[in-house]
Design a protein around this ligand. Structure first.
Ligand code: UD1
Length: 417
């Protein structure tokens, strides 16, 4: 298993090009199942979740050819299988995103139940209820959820709780349904809007994506399209935190500052010096950081996917900060590893209380999930001495060449095979 070895204290300086958004690329790739024609996707991040999705799509009968460093041609001329097997779903929960398109295109889909993960229970009951509203019969047995339908029929679906992949899955099912579907209390995340744009290019009739009510007029067939994935706002936020924590000057390019309003506001409140251009961000560290409370919320609130990195930042801020996690029930696994590096953190249910500023020192730490890994890398960048981060397969799921990007701007970081 690969590890990262990081020697803290280096000053970072230079440009970092932000990759395409993993969470936008995954549903976009699944959307290839909706048409027999070719999808051409650009600005894909070459991370392990994208490779896992390619394997999954292959299993289902689609051809996925990567081109250059960030593009892919996807074509599902025929669907050969209806099943997303356990060994793929267990490594990537987003595999459930094939349910909606498979069901819509072929009337049948069987996907292993994802079960819980390091950050919480994460059920898919809201996806299932939505498919049932569209007229599908859904059976859950032998660890699989199996949905069948002759042709889906448009319906009014009210989400009890806001769900990102749930909104995406239902949107992909409804585009080929008969009649109109309304999704109420839909997720507002930019990744949902990006998917709606792609689907509309394919001939879908979706209105209101990016608001809480999305209407979809079903069509009988979709065609191929070409689409460029939006920049990864969480990778962007992670590098902003890196710049703010270290005595650094970073310019982030190919990003979309408009997707990070909540994150940028909070980092500025904490004393970070950030300037936004149209598709660039500049962050300058070195000044004193101050504590600022944060509570994670659905978009446009502060992203839960930035909570772990923000906690690392708060260990370097003067004062007491309270971090409240509202989206997932168990997303503080990074706290105990940060404490082993010298952070002063107390967990109280869904709240973490961080007292700073702490002197962090290098240690051997273990990554528990994707964003937790990023928070440990951030802490290691400011820690005295050497940190090794183990189980970075989590990091490789969602960050494209993070050690190369950090090394290029001066970090002392290497991958140990
Ligand atoms: C997506 C993101 C993930 C991010 C999360 C929240 C992708 C591939 N992943 O995950 O990085 O952290 O949004 O921004 O885009 N819930 C239910 N029943 C359901 C569905 C969700 O109870 O059927 C709950 C979840 O357990 C969680 C909350 O709703 O507590 C939000 O989850 P959701 O938005 O669905 O997260 P994902 O789409 O899985």
């Amino acid at each position: 298993m690969d590890k990262l070895k990081i020697t803290g204290g280096a000053r970072l300086k230079g440009q970092v090009r932000i990759s395409g958004a993993k969470n936008s690329a995954l549903p976009a790739m699944a959307a290839c199942l909706l048409t027999a024609d070719e999808l051409f996707l650009q600005n894909l991040p070459m991370v392990n979740d994208i490779r896992t999705t390619r394997r999954l799509l292959h299993e289902l009968g689609a051809e996925v050819e990567f081109e250059g460093s960030s593009s892919a041609r996807l074509k599902a001329a025929n669907i050969g299988s209806h099943e997303a097997p356990y060994d793929l779903v267990k490594t990537m929960r987003a595999s459930v995103l094939v349910l909606g398109p498979l069901l819509a295109r072929t009337g049948r889909a069987r996907v292993s139940l994802p079960g819980g993960c390091a950050i919480g229970a994460r059920p898919i009951d809201l996806h299932i209820k939505g498919f049932e509203k569209l007229g599908a019969t859904v059976i859950t047995e032998y660890g699989y959820v199996e949905a069948t339908a002759k042709r889906l029929k448009g319906a009014n679906i009210v989400f009890e709780k806001i769900t990102v992949t749930g909104t995406e899955n239902l949107m992909m099912a409804a585009v080929l349904a008969e009649g109109q579907t309304t999704l109420v209390n839909a997720a507002l995340e930019p990744e949902v809007t990006d998917l709606a744009e792609l689907l509309n290019k394919m001939g879908a009739k979706i209105k209101g994506a990016g608001t809480s009510t999305i209407t979809i007029e079903g069509v009988s067939v979709l065609k191929g399209a070409s689409h460029s994935i939006i920049p990864d706002r969480i990778e962007t936020g992670t590098f902003l935190a890196a710049g703010a924590m270290t005595d650094s000057e970073l310019e982030l390019t190919a990003c979309n500052p408009g997707h990070l309003t909540g994150i940028i506001e909070k980092l500025r409140e904490a004393g970070a010096n950030i300037e936004a251009g149209s598709d660039t961000l500049r962050v300058q560290g070195g000044g004193a950081l101050r504590s600022a409370d944060v509570a994670t919320r659905e978009y446009p609130g502060f992203a839960t996917d930035m909570q772990a990195q923000y906690m690392a930042l708060m260990t370097q801020a003067n004062g007491i900060s309270v971090i409240t996690e509202n989206i997932f029930e168990n997303r503080f696994m990074h706290a105990s590893e940060l404490m082993r590096m010298g952070a002063n953190i107390r967990i109280d249910g869904s709240r973490a209380v961080v007292a700073g500023k702490s002197r962090l020192t290098g240690a051997a730490v273990i990554a528990s999930d994707l964003r937790a890994s990023a928070s440990l890398v951030l802490a290691a960048l400011v820690a005295e001495g050497v940190t090794t981060v183990d189980r970075i397969y989590h990091l490789d799921r969602g960050y494209e060449r993070i050690e190369e990007k950090l090394r290029a701007v001066g970090a002392q970081i290497e991958r140990l095979k």
